[in-house]
Design a protein around this ligand. Structure first.
Ligand SMILES: NC(=O)c1ccc[n+]([C@@H]2O[C@H](COP(=O)([O-])OP(=O)(O)OC[C@H]3O[C@@H](n4cnc5c(N)ncnc54)[C@H](OP(=O)(O)O)[C@@H]3O)[C@@H](O)[C@H]2O)c1
Length: 329
């Protein structure tokens, strides 16, 4: 099969596409044909060995994929061969086939094609859990979303709006805010030119109910200061690269609830929340919700796709489509 591989930790340009043997599904694993794989920010960090967990070269990067189950490893009875699935893994998805734990797979909500299915699970699952499972957002409340044109951010704007929240989008340019407005955000704040705390307080008439923060850095404290008394601040990631340190006196004075979300461990800690979110998201897909696809690349352009995400140029999701004829490049 063809696979993208990196032979020593490095940058996207170091990733090469080559022929490698098909992976074999081990006990508890499933072999999935990969029609499409989405690029996520951690994929770039793992290449550079800057992620919390290391991958030893040579390895196939890629953590999110969709297509059909081809074979079952020892002890696995479902999903059946031929099932259409989406899934996530630490590495291995930027290839024509991937062997993963059967537990890492989930059904594809009816209505999504394979490129959309690959782009959907991580960002929309994260967005839903950040807003609802952890953020306890209720219809009519204000949600402020940082990095609102990125993968998680655009999904949070989309899901939030569809659930009846009033969304303030925060991003780094008028163009990126326009993307979020198109997804339903009621207002936008350019945090490179405007004071985030002041503008969010003005726009929401006193403070936002919920913050979803996949960015971190200096914007985190400004957004926390923009909450109303008793608001919820949900930390999701640190795309900025800097992990914020929040003064606890702010938390005390504002009565704000600061909570974290890590989707990978949610199934272990809150098992009932995962199927509930999957059902809610499938309903929204049935109502027409689709992930925002910023760009779709053939596998041969994997380095460009990774660079787009790593260099902060991505809008919505960047996806690899293994069917190169379809993308035509
Ligand atoms: N907790 C979880 O379970 C979970 C799940 C998925 C993702 N994440 C994390 O959430 C973060 C965002 O993921 P994503 O998929 O939304 O990524 P993304 O599509 O690359 O979006 C990240 C956004 O962050 C902003 N940003 C600010 N400073 C940046 C910088 N120095 N480099 C890159 N982007 C920067 C950018 O928006 P502006 O230019 O508009 O500021 C960008 O749109 C990542 O850290 C990821 O690891 C966590």
């Amino acid at each position: 099969m063809r696979a993208a591989r990196i032979h020593a930790h490095g940058v996207p340009a170091d990733v090469v596409v080559e022929e490698v043997p098909d992976p074999e599904p081990g006990p508890g694993e499933v072999l999935v044909r990969v029609r499409a794989a989405a690029v996520n920010f951690p994929d770039v960090l793992i290449l550079a060995d800057r992620y919390q967990v290391s991958a030893s070269p040579p390895f196939v990067p890629g953590s999110e994929f969709a297509d059909v189950v081809e074979a079952l490893g020892q002890g696995v009875t479902e999903p059946a061969v031929g099932s259409v699935v989406a899934g996530s893994t630490f590495t291995g998805a930027f290839a024509e086939k991937v062997a993963v734990s059967a537990k890492a797979l989930r059904p594809v909500p009816p209505g999504l094609d394979m490129v959309e299915a690959a782009a959907f699970g991580v960002t929309y699952g994260t967005a839903y859990h950040a807003l609802v499972t952890i953020g306890a957002a209720e219809p009519g409340e204000w949600a402020t979303v940082l990095g609102a044109a990125g993968g998680v951010g655009s999904a949070a704007v989309d899901v939030g709006t569809r659930l009846g929240l009033r969304v303030v989008a925060a991003a780094s340019s008028p163009e990126r805010l326009a993307v979020a407005r198109k997804l339903g955000a009621e207002a936008g704040v350019d945090y490179t030119t405007e004071d985030l705390k002041t503008r969010v307080r003005e726009l929401t008439g006193g403070g936002t109910d919920v913050v979803v923060d996949p960015v971190g850095g200096d914007h985190a404290e400004a957004a926390l200061r923009a909450t109303r008394w008793g608001g919820r601040f949900v930390t999701v990631g640190f795309a900025d690269g800097r992990i914020p340190r929040i003064p606890l006196n702010l938390v005390l004075l504002k009565g704000v609830i600061v909570r974290g979300l890590e989707v990978r461990s949610l199934r272990r800690h809150l098992p009932e929340a995962v199927p509930a979110a999957d059902r809610a998201l499938a309903d929204l897909v049935a109502g027409g919700m689709r992930p925002l696809l910023g760009s779709v690349h053939p596998l041969a352009s994997v380095a460009a796709a990774l660079a787009e995400v790593g260099e902060r140029r991505a809008v919505g999701k960047v996806v690899l489509d293994m069917n190169e004829e379809r993308t035509g490049s």
